[in-house]
Design a protein around this ligand. Structure first.
Ligand code: PMP
Length: 304
């Protein structure tokens, strides 16, 4: 990733990709106190557009607030910077990674006078969980690693540190031959995937875990909006892993993962073992929206 042409926005300046470096004593590298976003831009018939940019930037600023990190830039400045990064790199479609992190001004947990830094990089990134899987669905394994307790990691923040938990989970699942992990919360209820929210469909009702331990995903919000518009009943409540086993359909949502059907959980076939009709309808609407083929929710697309 480090060795390529292009520009990265770092503290208000566009710097050469290869020169966008930090010191080994960068505080966030040691203790994981930082926050980031994952945002996608799509190539539409009217040019490149960033999907739900304002919501992502707001979540980044809120994550920083939860962590008590001073954010040196306004939301407007951060939005403009993300547009600038896409333009500067000439990207038609991209994954955008903004992050706020502490610098190397001090070490130790009692460090004072740490300053916040912000970086924004963008690169081309295709289908996160595989193109075929968008149709056929992925095989998921319940993780042996528990999602963070709500009062240990702040689950409303998309904070850097807690992602080691996601990496433990997804690495375990991949080594066992699965595509993705599903994590349970401290009480044993379904929380989310390593980097995605989870939905099931049962008897025509769309059910997703409440946000106690799962990230307030922007794709999750999009899907709930669509489902309500389509007259599908939506329920946000605790769900158990065996409810997923006997669901008619299940899918994961995330900016990277988009809308990815699940065909199996723990070697149990879900529904017909392929993308179900509700999943397909919601997924189609999502892809039509992000690629600018729908007229509604026009404010969700920021044209570059
Ligand atoms: N949960 C976790 C743990 C994630 O990392 C992500 C990806 N940001 C999501 C859910 C989905 O969030 P979003 O739809 O905003 O990308």
């Amino acid at each position: 990733m480090a060795d390529r042409d292009g520009k990265i926005w770092l503290d208000g300046q566009l710097v050469d990709w290869r020169e966008a470096k930090v010191h080994v004593l960068t505080h966030t590298l040691h203790y994981g106190m930082g926050a980031f976003e994952g945002v996608r831009a799509y190539n539409t018939s009217r040019g490149t557009a960033i999907f739900r940019l304002a919501e992502h930037t707001r979540r980044l600023c809120r994550s920083a607030k939860i962590l008590g990190m001073p954010m040196p830039y306004s939301e407007d400045e951060l939005n403009a910077a993300q547009v600038e990064v896409l333009r500067e790199n000439g990207l038609e479609s991209a994954y955008i990674r903004p992050m706020i992190f502490y610098g190397s001004e001090g070490m130790g947990l009692h460090a004072e006078s740490l300053s916040s830094h912000v970086m924004i990089a963008a690169w081309t990134w295709g289908s996160y969980l595989g193109e075929d899987n968008m149709v056929n669905g992925i095989r998921v394994k319940t993780s042996s690693f528990t999602r963070h307790h709500v009062n240990s990691a702040m689950t409303k923040a998309k904070a850097n540190g807690p992602y080691f938990n996601s990496m433990l989970a997804v690495t375990e699942a991949k080594k066992a031959g699965y595509d993705e992990a599903m994590l349970l919360d401290c009480d044993g209820f379904v929380s989310e995937g390593s980097g995605e929210n989870l939905f099931i469909v049962r008897d025509g009702v769309l059910i997703t875990p409440d946000l106690t331990s799962a990230l307030d995903g922007i794709t999750r919000r999009t899907i709930l909006t669509y489902a309500r518009e389509m007259g599908i009943e939506c329920v946000e409540r605790r769900i158990t892993r065996d409810e997923v086993y006997i669901a008619d359909e299940a899918f994961l949502t995330g900016t990277a993962a988009e809308v990815t059907p699940m065909r199996e959980l723990d070697d149990r076939t879900i529904g017909e073992g392929r993308r179900g009709p509700v999943t397909e309808a919601l997924q189609a609407r999502y892809f039509d929206q992000v690629s600018g083929k729908r007229d509604d929710h026009a404010d969700w697309l920021t044209y570059v």
